[in-house]
Design a protein around this ligand. Structure first.
Ligand code: ZN
Length: 470
């Protein structure tokens, strides 16, 4: 009971349904903050229950090109927060401008310049993250909420809001190559671009916008850097807790709710409203489960075919927010090549690290996770063809704008670039006949993120062989 974490969370009462999820979060925090290997609170006979992803990732990424270590980043964040707290100007009232003194002085000017163009599609979130000292998620989300006047409108307490955003950013695992706070910041920036599209801008309410931005910022909160099939086959407690269904997305949602309650960000709103908000946040985050994409896509197509989307209807607006968040989440292939390429390398590295863990523990290697048999290019081409293109084609039907055309244009070019690089590699590697990789790529692209198809390891097809070993 004397544990600081217990005290930290102990003052807040939660309803019983959320209790377990919050308890899990506490365990997660213990692992991060105490720096000792964690002791799983429930043991089963399965030997892999004890895998501590964080430790494994840390070991595996030793010697790799990780920018700055986690403790280092944490110190920066702490400094920024204190600087913020000491700023009397901010505490006196709602600032009309962005609190740029939260940024390191050397970079303030450049970061400010970037924020002026936060609505442009070629916004370089990697550069912005460097200029903000690793605080891109906090800085960007805070800026957008202020810019929309949502802080004033919903009478959000600035200190609570800041604290909430800092905790969100910290609860992303900075040692994940891909699913970290920079990805969340990138998705939030993309979401903002979509919210500004005429179809949405003219019909969304302030409430929709607040919800959309908070959902984007929190949609991968606490991501462990491995996928659902991995959690299921290792009997991870999250898989048990969420009954092998949208395990990660449920975890992200419940983690977000935990932080909302802990910081009391919406505690001044009527209980019914804040509960509604939490529920809708969940429905947005759960929509990012890529294994359910076809459900959402069929419904989207049906609405577009029948031309019956009516954005004065709250449930239709909510559906469009779900689609916008889904697009924002997987928009990497639609960014300019220099940005898109970096994301592709990061996501592949995360897949490959999972594959390394699977090999090390003699587990079946998941589709697309074997670094010996896959390449960034073949994974990207499969992902674009079977997952991203169908989604963005429908989105362009719904919102036929310059941005939609730009996104489809970049995706086409990026796909061609990966194709070119693949060909180069193939011809370099040897004079082997053309790869048969394409055939099973759809299965692999979907299965990579789809628990139901690979959980048992029985139904999954062979992963595509991008490079053959002769
Ligand atoms: Zn995501």
């Amino acid at each position: 009971m004397g544990h600081p974490l217990y005290q930290r969370r102990g003052a807040i009462s939660y309803d019983s349904s959320d209790q377990t999820a919050l308890y899990i979060r506490m365990l997660g925090d213990v692992r991060v903050r105490s720096q000792v290997g964690f002791e799983p609170e429930r043991r089963s006979s399965h030997p892999y229950l004890c895998i501590d992803f964080r430790t494994l990732h840390t070991r595996l990424s030793c010697g790799s090109t990780s920018a700055s270590s986690a403790p280092e980043r944490r110190v920066h964040r702490l400094l920024s927060f204190q600087r913020y707290l000491h700023s009397s100007r901010l505490l006196r009232g709602v600032p009309q401008q962005i609190p740029l003194h939260i940024l390191d002085e050397d970079y303030t000017g450049q970061a400010r310049c970037m924020l002026e163009k936060v609505g442009t599609w070629n916004f370089d979130i990697f550069l912005f993250d460097r200029l903000t000292n690793g605080n891109s998620l906090v800085t960007l989300t805070f800026h957008l909420l202020n810019q929309y006047g949502l802080v004033e409108l919903f009478q959000l307490d600035m200190v609570k809001l800041w604290r909430f955003l800092v905790m969100v950013q910290e609860d992303y695992h900075s040692d994940n190559p891909y699913h970290n706070a920079v990805h969340a910041a990138d998705v939030t920036q993309a979401m903002y671009c979509y919210l500004r599209e005429p179809m949405l801008a003219k019909s969304l309410t302030s409430y929709d916008i607040l919800l959309g931005l908070v959902a984007a910022a929190t949609h991968d909160l606490g991501h462990p850097g491995v996928n659902q099939p991995f959690l299921i086959k290792t009997d991870h407690y999250l898989a048990t807790l969420y009954r092998n269904t949208s395990v990660l997305e449920n975890h992200h949602w419940k983690s977000a709710v935990g932080l909302l309650r802990e910081t009391g960000l919406f505690s001044h709103l009527p209980a019914e409203d804040s509960l509604n908000m939490e529920r809708e946040l969940g429905s947005l985050i759960l929509a990012t489960d890529i294994s359910r994409q076809n459900e959402y896509l069929s419904r989207f197509r049906m609405h577009l075919d029948q031309e019956n989307l009516c954005l004065s209807n709250a449930s239709h607006r909510h559906f469009i927010l779900q689609m916008a968040l889904k697009c924002a989440d997987i928009c990497n292939p639609c960014r300019p090549w220099e940005l898109s390429k970096q994301w592709s390398e990061k996501v592949t590295e995360e897949f490959f690290q999972q594959g390394d863990i699977e090999k090390k523990h003699k587990l079946e290697v998941s589709p697309l996770c074997d670094r010996e048999t896959n390449t960034v290019g073949n994974i990207q081409i499969g992902f674009m063809t079977y997952v991203a293109e169908p989604l963005f084609a429908e989105w362009a039907r719904f919102s036929d704008t310059r941005l939609s055309q730009t996104m489809l244009g970049h995706m086409g070019l990026n796909k061609a670039s990966w194709g070119g690089l693949q060909q180069e590699q193939t011809s370099i590697s040897e004079e082997a006949e053309p790869s048969t990789a394409g055939a099973d790529t759809e299965d692999a692209a979907v299965a990579q993120m789809d628990g139901s198809r690979t959980a048992g390891g029985t139904s999954s097809k062979e992963i595509p062989q991008g490079n053959r070993e002769s």
